[in-house]
Design a protein around this ligand. Sequence first.
Ligand code: CP
Ligand code: NVA
Length: 304
Amino acid sequence: MKIKTKDLLTLGELDKKEIVELVERGIKLKKDLKNGINRPFLKNKSLAMIFQKPSTRTRVSFETGIFQLGGYALNLSVSDLQLSRGETIQDTARTLSRYVDAIMARVYDHETIEILAQNSDVPVINGLSDTFHPCQTLADIMTIKEKKKKFSNLKIAWIGDGNNVCNSMIYGCSKLQMNISIATPKGHEPDSRVVKQSKKFSSIELTNNPITASKDADIIMTDTFVSIHHKNSKRLKKFFPRFQVNSSLMKNAKENAIFMHCLPAKREQEVTSDVIDGSQSVVWDQAENRLHVQKALLISLIPL
Ligand code: CP
Ligand code: NVA
């Protein structure tokens, strides 16, 4: 299965059918791997990975994933590259695309990944920018499919910061007709263009009340209150403790609701340990599914 877009930068590029097919393929690859079946779909293909910011899951899941597919990854921190001495993003993209079969980058400014994609002949994948995290949402949708067996008639509640993970979640989950309710402090709402575009696919409610958002939810999702790119140490006060996911907030959701978090978590800030370690939490499945769904993505994007 091939997807129409050359690059994956936001998740807004994919239609419902493409998202569902990627997730189904991720589920199949997961099952195969557990049964000892590991086909070299990307034999000798290479993936350049550029990191402007730290990462545990993104780096290890992409590197392991392409290796399992018969290819290999080059891990390039910015200090290893001439980017650190002023070579432009454009020239870096042109050069790398003469050597490798795909580029995955984790960047600060989202425009950086757009410039990389515009100047690269090979697919570019966003491994998190300040405004989007599409690979995380693909893994989250795969996890929802595994746990809930369906997408429609589900209510997903996002509690906390309307950040990069939230923006991609809105793009992906709205196309699957999930009802979305987002509780943030005033001034920390998700990107208004993303919300506007996504409202044509499903209902999206914005509120400042975590209790309203979590009411009868099937999925409670949160993320750190202080992302890597946030410099303001005072921002925590706007979120904590009102937007914390704790056992009392979880009680507003359905009895069989699941708790999701992209990780890394700041325990006792956005989520209490009893919730993240509790029986409703699926956070380790989410982390694992990055590996499987990104393998599906690499197979779909990299020309053979
Ligand atoms: N969820 C996620 O992207 O984790 P890392 O920052 O560890 O890559
Ligand atoms: N919102 C977080 C996600 C980390 C995976 C950040 O940008 O730091």
